[in-house]
Design a protein around this ligand. Sequence first.
Ligand SMILES: *[C@@H]1O[C@H](CO)[C@@H](O)[C@H](O)[C@H]1NC(C)=O
Ligand SMILES: *[C@@H]1O[C@H](CO)[C@@H](O)[C@H](O)[C@H]1NC(C)=O
Ligand SMILES: *[C@@H]1O[C@H](CO)[C@@H](O)[C@H](O)[C@H]1NC(C)=O
Ligand SMILES: *[C@@H]1O[C@H](CO)[C@@H](O)[C@H](O)[C@H]1NC(C)=O
Ligand SMILES: *[C@@H]1O[C@H](CO)[C@@H](O)[C@H](O)[C@H]1NC(C)=O
Ligand SMILES: *[C@@H]1O[C@H](CO)[C@@H](O)[C@H](O)[C@H]1NC(C)=O
Length: 655
Amino acid sequence: MCDLRSLVGLVVFATCFTKVLPNGRFQVFVITLNNNRGVTRDGRCCSGPSSYPPCFGACSTFLKICLLHRWHGNPRACGLGFATSPIYEKNNLATGNDVNSVDLFLEVNFQYSWPGNITMLVEAWHDIDSQRTINDHSQLILRTEESLELLPSPAWITSSSVTPTSEIEFSYRVICNENYHGNSCEIFCRPRDDSFGHFQCARNGSRVCMTGWEGEFCDRAMCTEKCLNASGICERPFECRCRIGWYGDHCDKCVVYPGCLNGNCLYPGQCICYDGWFGKLCDIDLNYCFKNNPCLHGGSCFRDNVNNYTCACPQGFAGLNCQYSFCEKEFCQNGGTCMMTNIYERRCLCAKGFYGDRCQHSLLSCDENFCKNGGKCIENDSERSCDCLPGYLGNQCQEEIDECTSDPCLNGGTCRDRVNDYVCECTTGYAGSQCAILIDPCDQFLCFNGGTCLVMTENLSAFCNCRRGYSGERCEIADPCMSFQCFHGGSCTFKTGGTRPYCLCAAGYDGDHCERNKNPCQGILCQNSGKCAVSPMQNGFVCFCKQGYTGEVCETKINNCESSPCKNNGICKSYSDSFICICPSGFGGKRCQKSLMVSDQRQNTVQLLADSEKGGAVTTVEVASSSSLTIEPRYLTFFISSTILFMFICIVDQT
Ligand SMILES: *[C@@H]1O[C@H](CO)[C@@H](O)[C@H](O)[C@H]1NC(C)=O
Ligand SMILES: *[C@@H]1O[C@H](CO)[C@@H](O)[C@H](O)[C@H]1NC(C)=O
Ligand SMILES: *[C@@H]1O[C@H](CO)[C@@H](O)[C@H](O)[C@H]1NC(C)=O
Ligand SMILES: *[C@@H]1O[C@H](CO)[C@@H](O)[C@H](O)[C@H]1NC(C)=O
Ligand SMILES: *[C@@H]1O[C@H](CO)[C@@H](O)[C@H](O)[C@H]1NC(C)=O
Ligand SMILES: *[C@@H]1O[C@H](CO)[C@@H](O)[C@H](O)[C@H]1NC(C)=O
């Protein structure tokens, strides 16, 4: 608190106070004073011969204001001050509303705390001695007294008063002087914008800081915490001026020691090396060897705290980087002479017949054996070299170029290296020097004996699809079984190397072609109860059929009606060995060949009652004996069966 600035402020303030400056002004402005008759308060004429009106002389009027404490003031004392106006030789005073009129304007300057509660006296007097003496109360023209609470304000308050003899209207106010504020005009505040403060003053006298300033006297600039925390100087609002050795927006970066190459600092002037650096200026690269590999000619590099690195040079070399070489014994071999070509390069002059940096190679002139594989040998003063034939490489053409390394064969072809060339062995289906051509596998793939060439989709190989009876890759082999028949389910086989095919017969058969049945009745079923017997004829067996059947295995039923034996539309019925004819009406005989008389008819035929569905057709049955019977249809079946039985018996008898 007790710093120099406060002290200076105090001195300045003290200086201000020592100047006698009133704190404020009480002002009254009389608008009108009417004293038409020119009398004093008690009604007497101010001047002139007559004591009472009409008066012949005018009043010498002056105004007086008097201020005193409200509750305890001696009205005579005007304890808070007073003021008087000039003397006007007239009864009525008026200024209208012209506030600037000096004449009727009265002012009390005060240098005390304005008390607020006051008593205010406004008086008009008649002057008697040009001294504005007010001892004689008979000279009073008018007096108003107001006790009130009056606070400083620029606004005028108007008041008026009427007495029996006169009337007055006036305005008044109390105002603080410039830079004084508050209800008592005791608060001093002068706006300023200098090193002692930056503020305006509020109505009530408190300081209102300008933007960017703070503190009781608004003399502290607002600053960022970052700047203040770092090494910044902040004297103007939001300024951040760096102290020497610091920089950056917030003055938080320190300036390193001059010349510091690879380091930083915590405080100005430091040079704290980054990893891998060393030295006062952090200019020694501890990894220099590793990064730069500076040692030439096979020198070994070592870390060095003065020069970054030191090279340990191999024999014959010197210099920081082993860059210098010097002639030494035995450097040039085979009798060569060492020479310095400049300060750091040596060179060997080789004896005749040798070459190389150190004359280590023997120079042979071109001979047949130097260049291999037909390469041509070329020689000049220092070397010999080979001009190789196409397909060969190497300083002696000793290497054969493998043309297959570029994989020139397509579609799975296999590459075979040749001199300056290659050959592709193509996979099936491809051709061409690089197997790029897809060929039809059936081209030139002949199939004999009508066989067809087909292509295997998976590997594009051709194969022959042979016709029946042929086999072999190209269907060239005819099947000997083609023209060799085997009967009775026998199968033909052909033994490789055998002379002819033979039959493998099914069980029960033999013979070259399985044509013979070993037991002809085995497996033969004579149908319809026929009996099988071995026979040298035909198939080797014979079936003896039951009556009414025929055929090789008695499979056929004999039909005696086949030759249509019944005449005149007689209906034929076949019975094992015989037949009967069912004759139409009017005919008879075994074959219905006889035409019958009506009398005969009555005698010999039986009228068969036709059922309604047969449309009334009449059937006559004639039995072989021609003795006619009359049979009801329901007995017909029985009749026919009996007849058959009868005939069967006859047939059996005959045999
Ligand atoms: C004037 O007097 C009244 C009543 O006693 C009081 O309330 C008020 O605060 C006084 N005013 C001043 C400015 O002292
Ligand atoms: C003065 O007035 C200002 C506003 O103009 C206000 O912020 C401040 O509190 C006041 N001070 C006092 C002492 O009344
Ligand atoms: C300033 O410093 C103080 C104390 O060291 C710390 O608490 C604060 O966070 C700092 N502010 C900034 C902005 O760095
Ligand atoms: C060390 O090497 C660095 C580069 O890696 C170079 O800047 C520095 O000047 C060198 N110091 C000396 C002493 O030669
Ligand atoms: C000798 O031949 C080699 C290879 O052909 C060539 O590089 C070299 O310059 C030649 N030297 C001279 C001296 O002609
Ligand atoms: C092609 O494939 C078939 C079966 O998928 C095989 O029998 C035949 O030998 C193959 N041909 C060649 C040339 O690989």
